[in-house]
Design a protein around this ligand. Structure first.
Ligand code: OXD
Ligand code: MN
Length: 580
């Protein structure tokens, strides 16, 4: 096993603090995965699923109070509060070490400490980065096997002996009262205690690949974004790559692997949650997916909404908090299958029809990316894929049209910064209230969001031809609360318009908020949506926008003089354009 003095020293320190009964270094092999699974089947951490219809698939039931990311317990521990900014919880590093350090003291007593060296990004890519996490959860180790590249491959990618993000994870006693997810960007260090749930515990994902990486990316001149990456292939076989930021549980996975309803068009999947994006020597943005697995929301995944997703999870998948049928298959709401008699809910209790949801609304699947039928042949290209356009999309019942294009890069950055969304079950708290979520990064930006906007603006000035930026909203509703747009496979029509705008082919009408499709420029062939509904979906309402701009002013003001001037200018200009 490859290691360095610095890695060993850090692992020793972790072991001295948590006092495990043994330390196991993980090699990422199939044999190791099988051993972990066998152990978890023995101790009940996993239940087997039907080996004929779901081979090598398992069900995990988490502690009922540990089912989603807990943002209120997530902290950015920068030297000053201002460096974390007003949208992050902050704790001084010394205080964090003292308070949270106490929770780790002997926390692995009687347990095994696993050491997981992992690589985020394809092998051989200069954009990939290394992490070493320790954990006392076998479920976390098995999940990391699926989500990242584990073993020697990781340590071989260190650019110097100290070039790794360190992650200390312990289940603790799983009490939310003693749960903390702490990030120390200056030390490239993560401390997570008291939760075994995905985003809190699989440290490669949100903690490393977004919070720590966003801070590292700012220093190193690249971008770590909460974005899917897809390629749209047109009837001539040309593929255009787009990256799209959307808040948690708002359809990123569905869009990343969407099956086109438009003949001749096809979507290829590169990633469904995180994009690491670099500027190449020619001033072109290139993106990799740092992950190797999908940690997707199960409810509402169905043969209709996401056939590729359904195919992906038919083998080698760990399900968490879904319901279980008597024939040993996973089940969730919106799967498009009648709940069978004898269904057992996510907590292992007999489910009653008409009662509470059988699967937890934030139940998940953890599945290898390579199993996705739409996986892009270039998804592990060490040079990444060239990005021609960005999409910002959120859940808004009102205000935001189905699709429109920014005037230019700074205006696009403004549109991303102005994003608000209705909350979902992916985080603990109230569902369905509008909250500000710039670039879908509000829970994931590891530094002051105002500086993050500046970073975006600065990246634009380094690009030969900045990608076009688009805003989408599949979730707009009519007066009766019905969705105006059918979504899913029909979203390819919107992707087609976007790509044709990038190629200078599609028409648009200039409005105060940006370029909106002309009625004829969207491909509506065979689409079952009356013209008036489509018009309502694309409508830009002056009063609603003034209300939104007012609300936005309050959000921006909290950043004080740190908010970059071009953001304020774009805000003021939008109001001015409405007035003329
Ligand atoms: C996720 C999230 O799990 O954003 O991807 O919560
Ligand atoms: Mn996400």
């Amino acid at each position: 096993m490859i290691t360095t003095r610095f890695v060993e020293k850090w692992v020793d320190e972790a072991a001295n603090l948590t006092v495990p009964s043994r330390v196991v270094w993980c090699d990422g092999s199939d044999a190791e995965y099988e051993r972990l699974i066998a152990e978890m089947l023995r101790d009940g951490t996993l239940l087997p699923l039907n080996p004929r219809t779901y081979p090598n698939c398992y069900l995990h039931r988490s502690h009922p109070s540990d089912v989603a990311r807990t943002e209120q317990l997530t902290f950015i521990c920068t030297r000053t509060r201002d460096d974390a900014g007003p949208t992050n919880n902050w704790m001084a590093p010394d205080e964090a070490k003292e308070r949270v350090g106490a929770l780790y003291r002997r926390s692995m007593h009687g347990r095994t400490m696993f050491v997981i060296p992992y690589l985020m990004g394809p092998a051989g890519s200069p954009m990939s980065r290394v992490g070493v996490m320790v954990t006392d959860s076998a479920y976390v180790v098995a999940s990391m096997h699926i989500m990242a590249r584990v073993g020697d491959v990781a340590l071989r990618h260190m650019r110097d002996p100290e070039d790794f993000v360190a992650g200390l994870h312990s289940l603790g006693d799983l009490s939310p009262d003693r749960r903390f997810i702490m990030h120390f960007p200056a030390e490239r260090l993560i401390w997570s205690v008291g939760s075994g749930y995905g985003g809190n515990a699989l440290l490669g994902k949100k903690c490393h690949a977004l919070r720590i990486a966003s801070s590292q990316a700012r220093q190193e001149g690249w971008m770590a974004e909460h974005m899917l990456i897809l390629g749209l292939e047109d009837p001539d076989g040309e593929v255009t790559y787009l990256a799209a930021a959307m808040p948690s549980a708002s359809g990123k996975t569905n869009l990343a692997m969407v099956v086109s309803k438009l003949p001749g068009y096809r979507v290829w999947t590169v990633g469904d949650d995180i994009a690491w994006i670099h500027v190449d020597a020619r001033g072109q943005l290139r993106a990799i997916n740092p992950e190797r697995g999908f940690f997707g929301v199960a409810p509402n995944t169905s043969p209709k909404t996401n056939p590729n997703g359904m195919a992906t999870v038919r083998a080698n998948t760990i399900f968490t908090n879904v319901a279980l049928t008597p024939s040993g298959e996973p089940w969730w709401e919106g799967m498009d299958a009648e709940p069978p008699a004898g269904l057992v809910d996510w907590q292992g209790k007999a489910w009653q029809p008409g009662g509470a949801a059988a699967a937890h609304p934030n139940s998940r699947f953890t599945a290898p990316v390579r199993q996705c039928p739409s996986i892009d042949p270039n998804w592990e290209d060490p040079q990444g894929v060239p990005i021609s356009g960005f999409i910002f999309g959120s859940r808004r019942a009102r205000v935001v049209p189905l699709v429109f294009e920014a005037f230019d890069w700074p205006h696009g950055v403004f549109l991303g910064s102005a994003m608000g969304t209705e909350t979902t079950a992916a985080i603990t708290g109230k569902v369905g209230v509008v909250r500000r979520d710039p670039m879908a990064m509000i829970p994931f930006c590891g530094y002051n969001m105002a500086d993050y906007f500046s970073h975006w603006l600065g990246i634009g000035s380094r690009l030969a031809k900045p990608p076009r930026i688009f805003r989408v909203n599949w979730f707009r509703r009519d007066g009766e609360s019905r969705f105006l747009w059918p979504g899913y496979g029909e979203n390819v029509r919107i992707l087609k318009w976007i790509v044709e705008r990038i190629r200078g082919k599609a028409a648009a009408r200039e409005t105060p908020i940006g370029y909106v499709p002309t009625p004829g420029s969207l491909d509506t062939d065979g689409l079952d949506v009356p013209a008036a509904r489509l018009e309502a979906a694309l409508h830009c309402d002056r009063d609603e926008w003034f209300e939104a701009l007012d609300e936005l002013r309050g959000f921006y003001e909290q950043f004080g003089p740190r908010l970059p001037a071009p953001i304020w200018e774009a805000h003021a200009q939008t109001a001015r354009r409405f007035r003329v």
